[in-house]
Design a protein around this ligand. Sequence first.
Ligand code: COI
Length: 362
Amino acid sequence: MSALAFPQTSTTRRVGDDERASILAAPGFGQHYTDFMARARWTVEGGWGQDEVVPYGPLELSPASAVLHYGQEIFEGLKAFRHADGSVWTFRPEANAERMQRSARRLALPELPAEDFLTSLKAVVAADEPWVPEATSEESLYLRPFMFASEEFLGVRAAHEVDYYVIASPAGPYFPRGVQPLVVWITDEYARAGAGGTGAAKCGGNYASSLLGKREAAENGADEVLFLDSETHTSIDELSGMNVVAITKGGRLLTPSLTGSILEGVTRLSILRLAEDRGLEVLEQKLVMSEVQQQLESGEITEMFACGTAAVINPIGEFRSKEGSWTVGDGGSGEVTLALRKELTDIQYGRIPDRHGWLTRL
Ligand code: COI
């Protein structure tokens, strides 16, 4: 049942029209923020309340807030897309709402009802409508809902006071080089998440644990890091913030199965459906890295890509490790990869019919 309305309590914009136009001309990723944000608070006594849309700005937080010490935090990522008629839509928000509830359960945070999640997105986008980039571009307004233990308490237990926010950030391509084939570093030292851990939850800790691997990747001239399973260090888990997919010359799509240590990507799920629709055989299975390397060398695997809300679909051109390097296909952007990317973005931007009913008007 929906309880929250997120009324807008101020209409004063933070950023002037000219500055906003210059930001929207080249937004990059995660560098600029809109005029407003939504927030709500949960307390163990009262449940959810204090919902409103307020000017975007710094939070006042006690230095003893539990999140700063024990990392009790989760987040989501989704996008608002402008269509040619000016309307604004988002993609499968119910999947994000449900995933946020699953993440909340794993991190012992309160579940936000899916309807309230959607209301919070609508409220932010209504207040920040001028920030949704024009339909002519591939840009969008990235929405970042997040929830954290704000209670001032240093004992280790689930917090009794939790804050929820939605901030928004105009977004272009996630990678600074744009949609270009990635060089991916395979780390044999670090794992992102382990069995029974929080790998399937979208919590800050998983991303924090990826950062050293990401730094190692950068030191080796790579754009991204690939984590293998924590137990045997042999099979593919995921990148620092994206799922991994391979395409074979026989028309199969391979991706690691959801073992509990992998994020259940909404983009991943949607791609599997679009691939099935176009006749690919979709196999969610264990992907042993040494076998993938052999199949890259033999030409059996012709394309690989990274996928996620922020990155959409981004080709992988090369893997590197301490042992050597493996080129994917001819090192460029694969045909199937680009076709899936085009179909997905065409649906998101309303350029082709939304045959699966994935879009929700904001
Ligand atoms: C997203 O794709 O929305 C994420 O949260 C991942 C992060 C790499 C930006």
